[in-house]
Design a binder for this molecule. Structure first.
Ligand code: SF4
Ligand code: SF4
Length: 209
């Protein structure tokens, strides 16, 4: 792995923020998913655990430790010691991720590339139901599987080829493409979007949503 460069991490964070805005379009989906996971886990139900909350059943921090630690240490050398694991015991897949807090991920910037770009099968199904995606929904995919994007994230995060140079133009192209897709997502009628969300994960109103 090469040295971390602040400018590259700034570029990565710019892209990450554009993706977070896009994912905001899924509204209550992740909250419903997390509560469903906790309900099913608490009830000892295991048959649907592959679809449980990704941050509760994955451990991306340790899976990507060698690349994540230098990046996070660049911002705060004590970042890992500051994480307080949720008191929920062990979950499938070596989860929960130690970065998971009560309000979601506690990493404020430069999360692992997988976390930044992944759309789970439930998100894919929502997109399919509103006509923005026509591929498979059986497993998670990365955003670059849905729309053409410059292949630059791993170079910015130093998980890719050391020699690859990323220009500000590449970064802007990435952000613009995400913005265009988000505009299409936001243009979908609210009722249609809500119906798709409810079909994928029913409203569990009354439980804090
Ligand atoms: S991204 Fe998907 S699997 Fe992860 S919490 Fe949200 S809905 Fe659940
Ligand atoms: S790093 Fe954050 S987003 Fe990624 S799995 Fe852990 S809690 Fe979830």
């Amino acid at each position: 792995m090469g040295n971390i460069h602040s400018r590259d991490l700034q570029h990565f964070h710019k892209i990450e923020r554009a993706l977070w805005k896009l994912f905001d379009g899924f509204g209550p989906l992740c909250g419903r998913c997390a509560r469903k996971t906790l309900r099913e886990h608490g009830a000892g139900k295991r048959d649907a655990r592959e679809s449980w909350c990704c941050c509760m059943i994955d451990n991306q921090v340790h899976d990507h430790w060698d690349t994540l630690n230098p990046v996070q240490a660049h911002f705060d050398r004590k970042w890992y010691a500051r994480l307080e694991p949720l008191p929920m015991g062990r979950m499938p897949g070596n989860g929960p991720c130690p970065a998971l807090g009560r309000q979601g991920c506690r990493l404020q910037k430069c999360r692992p590339v997988t976390c930044t770009t992944q759309l789970c099968s439930k998100m894919l199904e929502v997109l399919q139901r509103i006509g923005l995606y026509d591929g498979r929904t059986s497993a998670a995919r990365q955003i670059e599987d849905l729309i053409p994007l410059p292949d630059i994230l791993h170079a910015l995060y130093r998980t890719g080829k050391k020699s690859q140079k990323v220009s500000p133009k590449d970064v802007q192209q990435y952000v613009d493409s995400i913005h265009t897709y988000r505009m299409a997502f936001e243009a979908v009628d609210d009722g249609v979007k809500q119906a798709a969300l409810d079909a994928v994960l029913p409203d569990d109103a009354g439980e804090g949503e």
